[in-house]
Ligand binder design. Structure first.
Ligand code: SF4
Length: 279
């Protein structure tokens, strides 16, 4: 195996592999740093990323019980005007949904194909009959289609991992996939989250597909990590000049169309530093 020892698979690096195996190879095997912009408007992009990260911190503080009035003062001091709207919409719409026991910024891990997979959840809620609801906050400017979200590694990994981890969270034998729901809350559409209920058939499919994916990556040689044939993916990839796929960054205005979330890079954290429940 050419992956570093103790490599953790995450939704972010698995999605990287699916988008472009060669990007995965450069980023996680060779650790290649390449000085290029992700989008054309670097300054606004940076502000957006920072505002997204700030919003997640505000939501976390609220969910662990810090008074909303204190958090709102922090929101008002942020230079990105969107954050003020996101935060006031959060306070209007989200609190009525927060019934039940909650786990905030929880990391869970499991093993598939002999490898560790980890996921960090913005919020998990347990209701009184053992059902579990995942909330994931997104600050992108557009909401993607439901079928696109259903296909994302994040959706598939988070629901599967929570099903497996449920005995550690709720009493009894754990939670059936049918009692698990993943809700994506988009700040741009705050009234209703995009709700993705789980089921046994999807669980079995996710388990088989993710196991196969992890095994494929682990048994790949360097030459197996091929460049994507979808060149549109290269527009927002920092390695595009390295790969001779252009030098100009893609337009920030189109960035959300590919639904590349700033949060994905912000929260691609060092999981070994995070307390977790192992299953
Ligand atoms: S520039 Fe394109 S081919 Fe090269 S790593 Fe990025 S996505 Fe893959």
């Amino acid at each position: 195996m050419i992956l570093p020892e103790n490599f953790d698979f995450t939704q972010s690096n698995l999605q990287d592999y699916l988008d472009c195996p060669y990007r995965f190879y450069l980023r996680y095997v060779l650790h290649t740093r390449w000085p290029a912009l992700v989008v054309d408007d670097a300054q606004e992009f940076e502000l957006r990323m920072q505002a997204g990260a700030h919003f997640h911190r505000l939501a976390q503080q609220y969910l662990v019980g810090i008074p909303a009035v204190e958090i709102s003062q922090q929101a008002e001091s942020d230079p990105h005007a969107d954050l003020h709207t996101w935060w006031s919409d959060f306070l209007i719409h989200v609190p009525p949904w927060l019934k039940g026991q909650r786990w905030v910024e929880m990391t869970l891990s499991t093993r598939l194909g002999g490898q560790r997979l980890v996921a960090k959840y913005d919020l998990i809620l347990a209701n009184e009959v053992g059902g579990l609801t995942i909330f994931d906050w997104k600050t992108s400017q557009k909401a993607p289609r439901k079928d696109w979200l259903l296909d994302r590694i994040q959706t598939r990994l988070y629901r599967l991992l929570l099903t497996d981890a449920s005995p550690a969270l709720v009493s009894g034998e754990g939670t059936e996939p049918e009692q698990i729901v993943m809700n994506y809350w988009f700040a741009a559409y705050p009234q209703t989250p995009i709700s993705l209920p789980y089921n046994k058939a999807a669980y079995e499919r996710d388990r088989a597909d993710l196991t196969q994916l992890v095994e494929r990556i682990c048994t790949s040689e360097a030459a197996d990590f091929e460049r994507t044939s979808e060149v549109r993916r290269c527009r927002y990839c920092v390695y595009r000049s390295h790969c001779d796929r252009g030098v100009e960054a893609g337009a920030l205005a189109d960035f959300d169309d590919l639904a590349l979330q700033p949060e994905e890079s912000i929260f691609n954290t060092a999981f070994e530093d995070i307390p977790e429940i192992q299953i």
